[in-house]
Design a protein. Sequence first.
Length: 402
Amino acid sequence: MNSMKLVSKQYRLPFILITSLFFLWGFARAILDVLNKHFQEALSISITQSTLIQATTYVGYFLMALPAGILITRWGYRRGVVTGLLFFGIGSLMFIPGAAYASFPMFLGALFVIGCGLVMLETSANPYAAELGAKETAASRLNLAQSFNGLGCILAPVIVGGFLFSHEDAGVEVPYTVMGIIVLLAALMFTRVKLPEITNNDETQVSSDEPQGILATIRELWSRKRFRSGVLALLCYEIAEISINSLFINYATADGWMTKTTASIVLSFGALGLFMVARIVGSAVMRKVRAEKVLLCCAVMTMIGATAVILNAGVISKAGVFICYAFEAIMFPTIFAITIGDAGKSVKIASSFLMMTPIGGAIGTSLMGYMADATSISTAFIVPALGYLCVLIYAVLVRSEK
């Protein structure tokens, strides 16, 4: 594939603005990985119980994804972004009463609202970033935007984890209050800026008084084999990626390898830093190499990494965790771009179904937490390994179509 310009001059500012959102939801999702260990100790709950943090957040993703797709189809990307930021900000501020009552259910309710907001943002921003340029460079462009998601993921564990694990009386409402204020200010900013709507030549608009049009769009999408397989592959990827992130600190501290504070720093600058760099490298590589081929190579490497962890072979297993982070990095944006590239007239609704897939994080984290309590944290890596295997099968299938 010849090197091509990622973003034309006319779309440069919208691309920069929309990319800022990737940072915000990356930060918000990475905080969840710190909350697991924090709530296990602060509220005296088990690993299995703490995985309700991810489960509740990603149930919000699942329930709100399709309404988000319908909203941006009818009202446009900008209103979708503003609505998502409002949910995100309000949910963050709900941590204040949650902390006042020291109530785990109240914290979960706040995380559910945040999840609803994040899926609004992702349903709007992912396809928008993919469409701001040539179709051939969509995967590369989306990987570049997702790199800023990685930057948010790096900073969250070290900032929030350092705060919570270094101060015995640290309250989780403090970082969430700060984040809520920033997000609401961002919502105000997006009400004042204009984002050009990108409409495919063959894209049909669904009007608010035509619910049958939405049903027809959904039926047409699910009749496409590549769309169905893309949704399944992305679900399996989320099972793997979110479950590893959620229990990384538990893995790193299980045998005394690291302290909690050190583990949160290593998660930030080591694992997630590697993840972000790998996305930037992947974006550059996919300007010259077909996305399907890169995805296949990375899927093979993640299987090797996950298998190494399961074997519990000392240094080799610990290296396996970082292999997973490095080679899973390009999976989400690549699968997403490949799938919506085949969505034809229905990109926005297609995006909403793809953004239901983080529910896999709820499934994977719960299963991995249960296995960790019942056996060991190393054995529990069977869960992400199965997720990577499904991505590998998908990569083989899409590669064979070319």
